[in-house]
Write a protein that binds this ligand. Structure first.
Ligand SMILES: [Fe+2]
Length: 287
C-alpha cells in the first residue's frame, strides 16, 4: 500500500505537517498540524491550519484522524481547530500521561488538569493499529526525544515525528524533561528495522550545512547508510556522547512555554477565567 502524502511546511517553526490519504479513496489522516502563534502579542492565527483545511475540502477528503507524533515543544497544535472544521479523531501516544504529569507540575495546573490523556480521542500504544479508510496504520512507540513519541507506519510511509531528521541533519534533541539519548538510539533502531524502501517523513527540517532547500522525505535505506548521527552502524556509546554534548549547547525553542501548555491539552487553551479571558503561564527559572 502506497499512500499519497501531501506535506505542508511551516517556515516559522520549521514544522512539516502531513495529509496522508488512501491512494484510491477519500479517507485521510492529518499529522502534526500547526496553530500559528505570535509570541510577542500572544495572538493565534490559523493561516497554516487553513491551508490544510482548504486542501482537504478541495479534494473532498474524509478526515478520519488528526494525529500527533508527540507533545511538541516548538509549535502549537491546531488539532481542535481542524477537528471543528472537518472532523476526525485526535490521537497521540498513551505515554502522554507521563508528559502531562511532568508539565502539570511545571505549570502548577492543579487538580482540574486531568493527567489521564482524556483530552484526546485515542491513546495509542506500541503495536496498536488503526484504519484510515482501507489503509492500515501501525504504531511504534519511539521515545527518547519525549516519553510519548510515536512513529506512525502507514503503508510504505513512516511518519517519524522528532526522532530522525533528514540524514544530513541527524536526530532530535533529547534534553527535554523525560528525554533520553540512549532511549532515542534504541527507538531509532526500530525505525531502521523497517524495510529499506520505506519512505520516511520527518517532523521538522532546518536545512543542513551545504543544503539550500528544505527537505522532509527520505527512506530507511538512506537513513541507515547516511544519517550523520546514527547511520553506518554508529554505536550507542558514540551517539549518546555526541547527542548529550550537542544538547547542552542548544537554547530552548522559542515557543516551548505556550506549546507545552496547549499541546498537553490536545491543543486546547487553558480554561478561561470568569471574564472569559485565557492566559498562558511563564514559570520562572523552571526549565
Ligand atoms: Fe518535538
Amino acid at each position: 500500500m502506497t499512500p499519497f502524502v501531501k506535506a505542508f511546511f511551516d517556515p516559522a517553526t520549521f514544522t512539516v505537517s502531513y495529509v496522508v490519504r488512501e491512494p484510491h479513496g477519500k479517507a485521510c489522516a492529518i499529522i502534526d498540524s500547526v496553530l500559528d502563534f505570535d509570541h510577542a502579542s500572544g495572538r493565534t492565527n490559523t493561516e497554516s491550519a487553513d491551508k490544510i483545511i482548504a486542501y482537504v475540502q478541495a479534494e473532498e477528503l474524509n478526515v478520519e484522524w488528526i494525529l500527533e507524533s508527540h507533545v511538541h515543544a516548538d509549535h502549537l497544535s491546531a488539532a481542535p481547530y481542524i477537528q471543528e472544521k472537518v472532523g476526525g479523531k485526535i490521537g497521540i501516544g498513551d505515554h502522554i500521561t507521563i508528559v502531562q504529569d511532568t508539565f502539570g507540575k511545571v505549570f502548577n495546573e492543579g487538580t482540574e488538569f486531568q493527567r489521564d490523556g482524556s483530552q484526546f480521542d485515542s491513546l495509542f500504544k506500541e503495536g496498536d493499529s488503526f484504519m484510515i479508510g482501507q489503509m492500515r496504520g501501525d504504531v511504534l512507540h519511539t521515545p527518547g526525544h519525549t516519553p510519548a513519541c510515536l512513529t506512525y507506519v502507514i503503508g510504505d510511509a513512516a511518519f517519524v515525528g522528532d526522532t530522525l531528521f533528514m540524514p544530513d541533519f541527524g536526530t532530535a534533541r533529547c534534553d527535554f524533561p523525560g528525554g533520553s539519548s540512549e532511549t532515542l538510539y534504541n527507538s531509532i533502531q526500530k525505525i531502521l528495522a523497517l524495510p529499506d524502501e520505506t519512505r520516511i517523513f520527518v517532523g521538522h527540517d532546518y536545512k543542513a550545512p551545504g543544503r539550500d532547500e528544505y527537505a522532509w522525505e527520505t527512506t530507511v535505506g538512506e537513513q541507515k547508510a547516511l544519517n550523520i548521527h546514527v547511520g553506518a552502524g554508529k554505536s550507542i556509546e558514540d551517539f549518546v556522547s555526541m547527542r548529550d554534548a550537542r544538547d547542552a549547547t542548544l537554547a530552548m525553542p522559542r515557543l516551548i512555554l505556550p506549546s507545552l501548555q496547549v499541546n498537553m491539552r490536545a491543543g486546547q487553551m487553558p480554561p478561561a477565567d470568569e471574564q472569559g479571558d485565557v492566559f498562558l503561564k511563564i514559570p520562572v527559572n523552571k526549565l
